[in-house]
Design a binder for this molecule. Sequence first.
Ligand code: GLN
Length: 501
Amino acid sequence: MTAGLLELTAAQAGAAVRAGELSAEEVFEVYRARAASNSLNAFLWVADAAPASPKAAGAELAGIPLAVKDLFCTEGVPSQAGSRILEGYRPPYTATVVRRLAEAGAPLLGKTNQDEFAMGSSNENSAYGPVLNPWDRGRVPGGSSGGSAAAVAAGLAPWAIGTDTGGSIRQPAALCGIVGMKPTYGAVSRFGMIAFASSLDQAGPLTRDVTDCALLLRHMIGHDRRDSTSVQFPEEIALPDRDDLKGVRLGVPEELVGAEGGVDPGVRRSFEETVALAERLGASVESCRLPHAPHALSAYYLIAPAEASANLARFDGVRYGLRVGGDDGLEQMYERTRGRGFGAEVKRRIMLGTYALSSGYYEAYYGTALKVRTKISDDFREAFSRFDFVVTPTSPWTAFELGAKLDDPLAMYLNDFCTVPMPLAGIPAISIPSGLSEGLPVGFQLSGPAFSENRLLQAAYALERAIGFDGSRAREGAVGDDGGALGGAGRGGELDPGAVA
Ligand code: GLN
């Protein structure tokens, strides 16, 4: 059974555990060994054993270990947000969403690599070295939840959680050939998530298929009094079962899918095929307008850095992680710690954000960006009065080569062209694999109005079944020749970060 375990989705593995065909210990051990091989540099820390949790036995997620992005606080376990400044930081508490999933039976498997403070689209901004894409190790897995996406795609973890501020779940899911969902803002508690841009950050699932996504999301949502922006989700998340799209109205936004988005020909082909497939399943498809969507990137790259500049002020060498001391004074210590602790992209964002918020520029930059954000929400509201969902490619292109966009921040930011409008509007969106282009996965994105998660999952499920994407190639040889060499196969605890850098 263990040999076939990798072929099972998380939901199937859980069912096998409940039926007594597999033991939870066996499942944990198989994945622990795969995760600890640290092939792909996807993990920064791997558990030695499943925590004993009598409460979790028999729970719905019992026996399905969970990979968790490094920026979720986990009690006593390194939580570094991919940054040097938090090196060795072990929080005294656990993020609400991780605690909820553990209570539902999913033990912590490990912490996954990510772009520093979730700033990036390629995982190359991690202080602990880049993650490799299991489809082609010369390419990026996307970011910022690149470790979570690569781990799930390569079968190093049955499933994972990540965070999405401007695309950080959906874009890596697309580039790695898995499912990723950003829920409605407020659906999942942010308590214990190391903040990047608080008005945008949302946690969500990265999974092998849509059913796993629904199952994981079901246990993530819910009001948390420790997060003042969290809300009670109006209904339970159901497991999807729909196999057609009869009566579903899809809108294709010209502004995102047209020439301006710079969508690659291979990605466009896969998108068009998927739209045609949706029509065959009974959906109606028409073009729609999101007139302000092309300005979403500019607004995002003011709002997110502005919020980040405030959120990251707390890392000063006094309270957490790194301190680069000396006896020349407090301010000098702050400067040295922040100078040494933050990477180049984080510094760029702090400077951009501080500038955008500075007196004299606040109205012109930050204020204008907020107005654009409102316009984008209005555009979606208008679109959803005529359509059930808005569909786009998730990323304009497939996984690019490591280093290809590192020297060009603007080219890197364009990754988010189709994913940034949704978090600005606070609405949910899901990316599913729609096929391959030159051997690399392509993602198809569906977004809907706030709290439409159940309907989105149903539509994504119907499409997923019709597409029949096969992700097995990413799992074959994932823990291969160099698997042990990179991080020490079979070893738990802290891995040797950056071994592939
Ligand atoms: N790639 C985007 C950025 O760099 C989005 C990141 C995210 O969603 N956390 O900000």
